[in-house]
Design a protein around this ligand. Sequence first.
Ligand SMILES: [Zn+2]
Length: 236
Amino acid sequence: MKRRRTTPSNPKPRRGGGAGGGGRGGFGDDFRAFQDALREFMVSEGVAATIRDSGKPHGLLVTTGGWRTGDRANQNEGIASLFMAHEDYALLYRSVQAKQTTVVELEVTNKFIPGPITVYNTVGELRGSEKPDEFVVLGAHLDSWDLATGTTDNGTGSCVVLEAARTLALLAKQGVKPKRTIRFCLFTGEEQGLYGSKRYVEKHADEMARNVRRDGPRHRHRQGARLRHPRPGRTR
Ligand SMILES: [Zn+2]
């Protein structure tokens, strides 16, 4: 009978990415309490930075990040959190497993910009020909993560909204006009806490009952439903 190795010599990228940090939904009190206790422990141990494996299936990179509450720029987190390319991380992992003395030198040039910072939603509109006061909202978030260009999150979603706008506007010019008004929204600040979409709903509160919702896999059409927003990290 073969014994299974429980400690791989070359750790595989974790499935589904890392657990995010703090201030947003989806993480319970226990998780936050653990994170706080862990952080305090690491501070007391004099940890300079944490390094995590950025490897993910299909060549993707892990995105996490997050902060606990409030204004990010004024947070005193104390410990820098860094990601490392999978192969480099695996090399470090093997060195530590082999009990080799391993020294890592870090140079981090990122900085926080004190807030508040004004950001904007980008909204286009195609007026309805029969029911201009009823709305169909297509939305995606335009902001992205800190580690890369944001091609998948959320360039893909933003492109779909833009392409839908381009195509429908072209059709409208040729006389094929929508019955209801269609809004094309690129929301800002999604990754920081759904700021753009929440603000949109607040500013357009009087219209919410006149939004047509296309909801879920069964594509039920409903009138008068609230604007749904994607869960963090998802695009719909
Ligand atoms: Zn996202």
